[in-house]
Design a binder for this molecule. Sequence first.
Ligand SMILES: Cc1ncc(COP(=O)(O)O)c(C=O)c1O
Length: 441
Amino acid sequence: MTTQPNSSASQSIFQEASQFIAGGVVSLNRKVSPNIVFKKGKGSKIFDIDDKEYIDYHAGFAPYLLGHNYSPINDAVIEILNQEWSLIGSGTNALELELASLVCKAVPSLELIQVTNTGSEATAHAIRLSRAYTGREDIILAVGGYNGWHNEVSRAVMPSLAQLGPRVCPGEYPFVQMSAGIPENTKRRVHLVNYNDLASIKYLMKRFPIACVLAEPVLQNVGVVLPQEGYLKGLIDVCEKNGTVCIFDEVKTGFRSALGGYQSVAGVKPHLSVFGKAIANGYPLGIVGGKKEIMELFDSPDPEKRVLIAGTYNAHPVNAAAAIATLKILNNPAIYSSIHQTSKRLYSGLTQIFKEKGIPIVLSNNASAYCVYFTEKTPVDLHDILENVDFAFDLKYRKALIAKGVYHIPIACKQGSVSYAHSDADIDKTLEITRDVLQEI
Ligand SMILES: Cc1ncc(COP(=O)(O)O)c(C=O)c1O
């Protein structure tokens, strides 16, 4: 991939890093153009190696709901280190207990949980649990969704229309791989349907032994695509009728939409759920949890039925302390209403500016997560995005914002994230810069 470092300082670090890191960047979805080398983040701002300041809406791919280096979270981590908490790796501890009880209280569908380091680990465990529970092997995922990097879920998030083929309903789409090295047999077990398309899920359930539907309740890796009326409840009902496990992937939506996850907003209870990102405000922690009778398979007395969960670093005290502190802070509804107020200020300002400029957009949002789509049609699935959105203009817009100090990841249709740290002044400055940018491009 060609990347243009934005300054000579960025360029020299990138070039040197390329001698030691495959691709020059850790986690290659971070390899973007302009290829800026950043050095720190505080509150709503991030700073690059040349000390240039940006108002940040990328939020490290969304975990920073309270802002970068939010002091109460860092203080909780420092306190745990000062108390000489360590990763003992034997038995349970009081931190795990506190974390688990806070998570189960926050999300009523969670009767039991387990803790991982990342969202990807949590989705892998959820899929394996569903297979063990049902004795079936096939799974259903959404095109335009992202559920991590492991084999089963590594389909392209944004394939081209040519790769995906025209809209089919009912029916399924090819597994367009995002990674080489996935066994054919694994791909055959994965069925892809459009988001908001219950008919295709029913169609597949008649033809294949479906262990689970792993669904993001709001499609938030291709912007923000909201569920249609009745879709999420319908999904759970269809799964229940078919003996299939309904798993909500709330890695993006959980804790950012509301303390109880998007499921609490929709008023539904999936069988299993997966969380990550905002739960620990930037520290690495994932959760898999849900119905007791499924979760108990992790500790089944029958070795034939037992599902493995293990991980040297699971619930590391540093990450557990960060998650506990985050959950306690988020337990105050005033925090959410403040973030929502700030988000609303941004959304209404942006809507007004685009209207003034005569540029048709759809500003789609789920609480503090939003996306400006350059189209007139509100997307309900990936086909709507691929068929209607002006990707080239989106990218130009993002790069022009970055040049003026407003950071969105320079990839078309990626979610923007507002945090508790964003002030009205940040929003007003963002709006002013947006106005300038639209004058230029
Ligand atoms: C919806 C969703 N699920 C799972 C994941 C994977 O989480 P992680 O990157 O922590 O492995 C992500 C990451 O972006 C995600 O957005």
